[in-house]
Design a protein around this ligand. Structure first.
Ligand code: FAD
Ligand code: FES
Length: 319
């Protein structure tokens, strides 16, 4: 049995049990969502004791240096004293505006008390009391961040964030996390951005960063949904593509394609337009199964795994 101390109490973990499961079972209130190491909601900090390597996968060097780790991925083999990672990491904010982008997606602007150290394309964990959910940053201006939130009916947080009546409400934010952002190291490379649903949010940020940096290589943006009403910002992106000679925007749907909206699974559509992605830098975001499928197919078509990044929007799991 491994001992974990948290908030002055010591709890015993059963063999193989994660710190998150052990602390929740002991009645501690630990924010969490995906339980899969994908959202950052369960971030804790080790005051003493060795942090197993898998518990820090994907965290920034700065977070690792502070002893931060993902409780849902942490199966310690020796005693640890852990505490909330909040100190110095949690930034208070308020919902400055909530504006509908479609019948189910809202643009949520959060004004923070201090700027975050990060860039658009990464994701933050939005906290409301003990509740934490992750959202990608579509735009970041000083201490203001813009999110695209899809309302999940019956969901714990997204209906609140998408409700215009929530404007002015207080939220806290931690992060940002993740490696999904534009790096201006080679302005001539082909960029392939492909996302489903609100997977457009990080891609919107990456696209605008690339354009602002004067990216010269071809930029492909694919936005997929089940049906046309699952797409949003389509007119804005089509106008941006008309004004940007090296940008090609391809909206696509599984059913009901019409006009400029192509029909087909987004992985088929991407490879139809970019059959040889060998030298491309690829960003994939949105539904986890689609991100995994696209990653595999684009890799098999010749892209290097080093050049493929993205975020799977893993939903919260029960418990
Ligand atoms: C790295 C990362 C980035 C993300 N970025 C965004 C973003 O930019 N915009 C955005 O809208 N969301 C994003 N998400 C998803 C977001 O974190 C929440 O999962 C989502 O908003 C639902 O939260 P909720 O509290 O409303 O619903 P919950 O209370 O978490 O869920 C209610 C129920 O619905 C299920 N569920 C939740 N979402 C889905 C889904 N998509 N499909 C099927 N079942 C579902 C849950 O499993 C649960 O049973 C991201 C997730 C991750 C991990
Ligand atoms: S990363 Fe641990 S709950 Fe999501």
């Amino acid at each position: 049995m491994t001992k974990i101390s948290f908030g002055g109490q010591t709890h015993e973990l059963t063999p193989g049990q994660t710190v998150l499961d052990g602390l929740l079972a002991a009645g501690e209130e630990i924010p969490h969502a995906c339980r899969a190491g994908a959202c950052g909601a369960c971030l804790l900090r080790a005051e003493s004791g060795a942090v197993p390597e898998p518990a820090q996968v994907g965290l920034s060097v700065a977070l690792k240096a502070r002893g931060c780790f993902l409780a849902c991925q942490c199966r310690p083999t020796e005693p640890m004293i852990v505490r909330p990672a909040d100190e110095g990491l949690l930034v208070a904010g308020r919902l400055a505006s909530v504006e509908a982008l479609s019948s189910s997606v809202a643009k949520v602007v959060v004004e923070l008390e201090a700027p975050l150290e990060g860039v658009a394309g990464q994701y933050v964990s939005v906290r409301r009391g003990p509740l934490a959910r992750s959202y990608s940053i579509a735009a970041m201006r000083g201490s203001t961040i813009e999110l695209h939130v899809r309302r999940i009916d019956g969901g714990a947080l997204s209906p609140f964030l998408c409700d215009p009546a929530s404007t002015g409400a207080a939220v806290d934010v931690t992060g940002p996390f993740g490696s999904c952002f534009y790096v201006p190291d080679d302005l001539s490379r082909v960029l392939v951005l492909a996302g489903t649903g609100t997977g457009l949010a990080p891609l919107w940020g990456i696209l605008h960063d690339a354009i602002e940096h004067g990216h010269m290589g071809q930029i492909w943006l694919f936005h997929g949904a089940v049906e046309p009403d699952g797409l949003y910002l389509t007119a804005e992106l089509a106008a941006l593509a008309r004004a940007t000679p090296n940008l090609r925007f391809v909206p696509c749907v599984l059913r009901g394609g019409r006009g400029e909206i192509e029909e087909g699974s987004i992985d088929d559509v991407v490879l139809r337009h970019v059959p040889k992605p060998a030298r491309a830098r690829v960003f994939l975001c949105g539904a986890p199964d689609m991100v995994a499928k696209m990653k595999k197919r684009i890799y098999l078509a010749g892209a290097s795994l080093w050049d493929i990044s993205g975020d799977a929007f893993v939903p919260s799991s029960a418990g």
